[in-house]
Design a protein around this ligand. Structure first.
Ligand code: IMP
Ligand code: MG
Length: 179
């Protein structure tokens, strides 16, 4: 796996430090609100696990599985639900947890979908944002890191289902996805 990575973008240490800040901000902003975190599978599973352990207020968790990508590196535009909510979110303060915001297709769909369930509030925390690629208007309340238009993997993020288990985030060598 290591030889497929062009360079490390965020080390385990850098990720840990940023997550401490995010957890502190969310805990402060949602004090007394008992938010529900909705992780967008599969990419957010590592981020979600580490983030909620930095949250110091009562909260609950749920997951959805959606896909907008095939095996490639560009979005097809269509969003498909693989796993729906298991809790009722009406009247709840919902925080969507996403690995990376790219075109905005996935999150703009989810904002509409979850908004229709009448939550008390709806916000997004995304670990990475690639604003230069945006085609839909999506505004995260919390962003871990804003990055250039490069394809990254690790810490939950995949290319064709691989590299999710890398403990750091790296830029994938271009030859891997252009061959
Ligand atoms: P969007 O719907 O185009 O915003 O894409 C969001 C989804 O695309 C993310 O949840 C990821 O699964 C995937 N994605 C976008 N950019 C990257 C990347 O650089 N590495 C890995 N997955 C990515
Ligand atoms: Mg993916």
């Amino acid at each position: 796996m290591e030889q497929d990575i062009e360079r490390v973008l965020y080390s385990e240490e850098a990720l840990r430090e940023r997550l401490q800040e995010l957890g502190r901000d969310i805990s402060r902003d949602y004090a007394g609100k008992e938010p529900v975190f909705i992780g967008v599978l599969k990419g957010s599973f590592v981020f979600m696990a580490d983030l909620v352990r930095q949250v110091t207020i009562p909260c609950s968790l749920d997951f959805m599985a959606v896909s907008s990508y095939g095996a490639g590196t560009t979005s097809t535009g269509a969003v498909k639900i693989g796993k729906d909510l298991s809790e009722n979110i009406e009247g709840r303060h919902v925080i969507i947890v996403e690995d990376i915001l790219d075109s905005g297709n996935t999150l703009s769909y989810l904002m509409d979908y979850l908004g229709a369930h009448k939550p008390a509030s709806l916000a997004i925390v995304t670990l990475f944002d690639k604003p230069s690629r945006r085609t839909k208007p999506v505004y995260p309340r919390y962003t871990g890191f804003t990055i250039e238009d490069e394809f990254i993997v690790g810490y939950g993020l995949d290319y064709a289902e691989k590299y999710r288990n890398l403990p750091y985030v790296g830029v994938l060598r271009r030859v891997i996805y252009s061959e």
